[in-house]
Design a protein. Structure first.
Length: 261
DNA sequence: CCGGATGTTCACCT
DNA sequence: GAGGTGAACATCCG
């Protein structure tokens, strides 16, 4: 999906253009888009007549609090984007066509003022959920402290990268943030998570936050330094070594065999 | 035509 | 129980 930076852009979009507007109707709702096959009538009853009072985010989950005590959870999958009044945020998604296609509108809220909030998602991996269990997500990546990172990784034989992608332990990092931060930190994604020295832990913590903040500042998760070289024959922009492609933690992983140890 | 893509979940192994 | 793999989901792109 969009990773933390993209979802943060969506949160800000709601904050700047979606708060205080009364919901008239849940207008289009792909039934498969309700997480856990939830009840569409229940969703309409909870949202129609309400306004959004606050937009929060935990990891990759956007949370829209209504003025009546409900929360709408938005999860964007691989290709989900949020649109308000036909204006998208500045986000560009690598693997989602920018084309406008009404059939890709999986969830639409019509406001009383005539405007719309739309989730457009070609691949349909996104989900919405009323009053989601926020406890299923770990600490938000932007709130990560060195000691919290140590707890995320402690005593685990799982690959380092697999732990970083485990949303129940650390919420927000996706495949691109993980590869970029590990590359910057000079750490092998396949290292056992529990094997990092205190110095390596501090280094990884620093680069995880710096990478995420860079992506936020530069317009998204597709702005990494490693990204252009994630292709066959691509070379490490730091030392020129041919990059290695593997599957780690179930995801395609690119790393430098020379400086990531 | 085929394979793979910023993700999550589940079944099935070891 | 922990962790890995592969599939499924659905569509586009090279």
């Amino acid at each position: 999906m969009p990773e933390l930076p993209e979802v943060e852009f969506y949160r800000r979009l709601v904050e700047s253009a979606g708060l205080g507007r009364r919901v008239a109707k849940v207008e289009a709702l792909d039934p498969r888009y309700l997480r856990g096959g939830g009840d569409a009538a229940e969703l309409s009853a909870a949202l129609e007549g309400s306004t959004f009072a606050r937009a929060r985010r935990i990891g990759k989950l956007a949370l829209l609090d209504t003025d009546r005590g409900h929360t709408l959870g938005l999860h964007f999958g691989m290709t989900g984007t949020l649109i308000i009044d036909e204006m998208s945020s500045v986000v560009s998604l690598m693997y989602s066509s920018p084309r406008l296609e009404p059939a890709w509108e999986r969830f639409v809220l019509r406001f009383v003022d005539g405007g719309r909030l739309v989730m457009r998602d070609p691949r349909r991996f996104g989900r919405i959920e009323l009053d989601p269990d926020e406890g299923r997500l770990g600490l938000d990546l932007l709130q990560l402290t060195p000691s919290a990172l140590a707890r995320v990784l402690a005593e685990s034989a799982a690959p380092l990268k697999a732990r970083l992608l485990d949303q129940a332990r650390l919420a927000g990092a996706g495949n691109l943030i993980a590869d970029e931060a590990l590359w910057r930190a000079g750490l092998d994604p396949a290292r056992p998570a529990g094997s990092l020295s205190p110095a390596e832990l501090r280094r990884l913590h620093r680069h995880l936050l710096a990478t995420t903040r860079d992506f936020l500042a530069n317009g998204g998760s597709h702005t990494g330094l490693l990204l252009p070289h994630r292709r066959r024959g691509g070379r490490c922009p730091r030392d020129g070594a041919v990059l290695q492609q593997r599957t780690v933690g179930g995801r395609t992983t690119w790393s430098c065999p020379l400086h990531q140890r």
